[in-house]
Design a protein around this ligand. Sequence first.
Ligand SMILES: C[S@@+](CC[C@H](N)C(=O)[O-])C[C@H]1O[C@@H](n2cnc3c(N)ncnc32)[C@H](O)[C@@H]1O
Length: 384
Amino acid sequence: MTKKIGKVGNVKKAPRNKARQEVAEYRVNGRAAYRKLRFIDLFCGIGGFRIAFERAGAECVFSSDYDQHSQITYEANFKEKPHGDIYEVADADIPVFDILCAGFPCQPFSIAGVSKKLSLGRKHGFDDEKQGNLFFRIADILNYHQPAAFVLENVKNLKSHDKGRTFQIIYDTLTSALGYQVQYRVIDAQGLVPQHRERIFLVGFKPSRLFEFPDVPKSGPRLGSILEEDVDKKYTLSDHLWKYLQDYADKHKAAGNGFGFGIVGADSVTRTLSARYHKDGSEILVGQARGKNPRRLTPRECARLMGYPKDFKIPVSDTQAYRQFGNSVVVPVVERIAKNVMEALARPVEERPLLVLNDAKKSRHSASPTKRAMGSRKGSRVLA
Ligand SMILES: C[S@@+](CC[C@H](N)C(=O)[O-])C[C@H]1O[C@@H](n2cnc3c(N)ncnc32)[C@H](O)[C@@H]1O
């Protein structure tokens, strides 16, 4: 027998004790139901969110990423090809779900992305018409499906971009326009993997649930724990590239800039792996025996640096693999957040006034959160 609960679709009858361990308990207005919670994996890349939420006990019901190379990696690992451009998918074609996950594209927000785009004479942030507005595609999906929770991920400086206005609009949209109770935190992955990687996570619930971000240790494993033993010589920098990087670093040092290559060893914690690591690998170069030029990390080492499981398949070229891991989330960080989100959803609904920054009440149920939030930009308070 199946039973409908709210808008979350068919819910299986409470299973017997053994099966009960395999499904999450989900409360809707104080009533318990037993089935797996469902999530959607937007801007899924190679599925970092998916591994984390599956490990936490949830079931993926939809994925989307328009990059063909990422689709290949995703399909090889999850036996499912993600849907393409999220603008081409109608809201109604996304199945019913409980949790929306999205590490939405960060390029318009990241310092590197902004300076590169400015130097190309292009716009950035929300002015970048398509990419900057991808957040609003997320907002419209939230508005249509009204899931119980979401987890969004972006670069740390999302918060300071455009003097805080970008983040203000995002926060206002999620709270004032969409009615979610939202918490956010910048988490550095280096307590779980040997990489300094700070990312902002926004977690929202509707209705409100007691949720806390997980504690992540301040320091953790060292690079030696993820390095391979026999590394192909193709990963060693050519004399030409190594000379170029040293000259470039000298030039910038003379000009007072801190940019340059980063040499690491077994005891190190690396800099942030970027999507452009394939270009010269300069941010993370592994020192080698005397007389040998440093080398890049291999794609497998990058997978480990991002906390991917050791059997994760890498079916694409090195260039694509570097780009994919550099764009990804650190799996064990998201796994901890996912576990807490799942636990929060098993708790009773909280009676808590909505945390809003602006007056929310006027139009909570009207059609476009996007337009409302953009309209609220004038006179809105910048987050502390
Ligand atoms: C920062 S990455 C997310 C990576 C992912 N969280 C992971 O763990 O691998 C952003 C992704 O958004 C995808 N993307 C950008 N615009 C898109 C669109 N309009 N529709 C679908 N995917 C898009 C890009 O191809 C990229 O893989």
